[in-house]
Write a protein of this length. Structure first.
Length: 226
């Protein structure tokens, strides 16, 4: 599927209509009927009016002259089929060090999101993950899945006792940090429901959802994968 040329923009199609996420502005938006038709025509390889095409290019939604080094945002992720929460894994007791790490990650991310933009916070998360974890090219083996489930439980169980209210965005970013510190690479997935508009995010490795149920993740259409 063609993607937006501006790396801060991503979109998904829900019932044939595009919905956009502007990461820099931290907002979701739709286009006017005319621009939506022009954008859909572009996806089909058809042509739209020069004025509509110019408007789309001006908003960074169509290829023009891309900025040096700009890469389109990804929405590619496997469909969720399993969850680390279903059923709750029975395993080792959570160690005090892991509990303190979970508390620290949650508190740090919540503070970061209060004083930094979402774009900056996600860039910081990606840099931390790149420095400490590596993508597994060999697939999701049984051993790796076991490690991911144990590590996710070691984060999730202490999180229940953190005084701050649970929120999907800071908790998911914190979980990515927590996993990366253990050498485990995971994606942060943003998903949306169109009617009424609702946004959500979760952590996923291939088809395995780590901090949500399969049903809830599948109810949302991915709009950005970090």
């Amino acid at each position: 599927m063609p993607r937006c040329i501006d790396p801060d923009l991503s979109y998904c199609l829900i019932d044939g209509r595009p919905l956009f996420l502007d990461l820099a502005a931290d907002r979701y938006f739709r286009l006017s009927d005319a621009l939506e038709c022009a954008f859909l025509a572009h996806l089909r390889g058809a042509t739209a009016s020069a004025s509509d095409t110019g408007c789309l290019r001006g908003r960074g939604l169509l290829p023009a002259v891309a900025r040096d080094g700009a890469q389109p945002a990804s929405t590619a992720i496997d469909a969720p089929r399993e969850s680390a929460m279903e059923p709750m894994p029975h395993g080792k007791a959570v160690r005090a060090g892991a509990a303190l790490g979970a508390f620290s990650d949650v508190s740090s991310v919540q503070l970061q999101l209060r004083y930094r933009t979402l774009k900056d916070s996600l860039a910081s998360m990606a840099r931390y993950r790149a420095a400490r974890a590596h993508v597994q090219d060999s697939g999701l083996s049984h051993a790796l899945q076991h490690r991911l489930c144990e590590a996710s439980a070691a984060f999730r169980i202490p999180r229940l006792y953190h005084p701050a209210a649970t929120r999907c965005l800071p908790d998911s970013i914190a979980l990515v940090h927590f996993l990366a510190r253990r050498g485990l690479f995971a994606h942060l997935v943003f998903g949306v429901v169109a009617a009424p508009l609702s946004a959500h995010c979760w952590v996923q490795v291939r088809h395995l959802v780590l901090n949500d149920t399969v049903g809830n993740a599948c109810a949302h259409t991915p709009i950005r994968v970090v």
